[in-house]
Design a protein around this ligand. Sequence first.
Ligand code: KG4
Ligand code: ZN
Length: 373
Amino acid sequence: MKILAIETSCDETAASLCEAKGGDFRVLSNIVSSQINIHKKYGGVVPEVAARKHAEVIFDVAGRALKTIGLPKPYSKVDLIAVTEGPGLVTSLRVGVLAAQSISMLANIPLVGVNHIEAHLLSAFLTLQKNMRLPRPEYRTRNDGGIEFPAIGLIVSGGHTELVLIKDFGKYKIIGETRDDAVGEAFDKVAKMLNLGYPGGPAISREAEKRITNYELQITNIKLPRPMINSKDFDFSFSGLKTAVLYLTKKMSKAELKKMTPAICREFQDAAVEVLVKKTARAAERYNAAGSERSRRIKSVLVGGGVSANKELRGALEKLDYKVYLPDLEYTGDNATMIAFAGWKKWQRTKKNEVFRVKAEANLAIDKKYRLC
Ligand code: KG4
Ligand code: ZN
């Protein structure tokens, strides 16, 4: 079956065409039209501007995704449509949902709504597909890919930081989340304080990689907090870390701040990574011990979301004593291929056309609708 997926939850208008045959899943196209250059000048995403831009380009982006297979009648060979219904910016989500519903109704194609966070969680599956060798380049589900459940999922994006217990496809339970800022949001806000522009994550990690000079080493005694690192639960808090950077920068002159930026970025990144990795490891240990039966032990750690592009974080997670699965860089940020994959998995479970049910929902929780744990 061919799956057309649409994603418009934030500032990327994305469409993808995938093909699923038996247990195999292949990516035929992955189109992402980014609005970053538009929002850059405002220092962050402006919801009203984002929604308008999505509306302008959505059908063109969907058309480009379909063109890659050169169909004469673009929608005639699509068997399933998957669309992000939440969480995200509600006006942006609405554009994608309305476009998907229109195509679904006019072309008589079933539609499934997908949770954006679930799609990020499963995005590491797309990487395995690439690694499969010819003559079967397609990814075959779990049995071939090695990802086994139950797993611990770590979501690190601009809007969410969550630890999720994944019992199976569609069976999720949030076991920890941020109490204030998401980690990506903290990267973006700290970057703004340091005049590094938007989006902040890549800018901070670039600065952190710069050589720290002797001068900086001598005068820095920068030590930022690792909020909630030792708390017994699996929650996070990144707002205090961000505020600690603010106080630090307030004490510095402009010239000093410029000189110290790489050192501040390195310490900020180290602090964020340390907390994320330690809490993920602890969640895996806790749930490993919780089930005495072997079948209930944690088998894998899945990571997803924009911040999973961060090199330091990737490196530190890979050192854990678990099989850690990270998405390819291409699939760390928002894309529609992950929506197609999660939509396909949902379709396999439900076989239900949701064209009249899907609804843009800003705060859609991953375990609200599917609470089965
Ligand atoms: O998943 P995503 O593309 O969008 C949301 O669903 O929120 O995540 C975007 C976030 C932004 O906050 C961005 O600064 C962050 O991911 N990000 C990074 C890196 N690349 C993107 N954060 C840290 N290091 C990176 N290399
Ligand atoms: Zn996202």
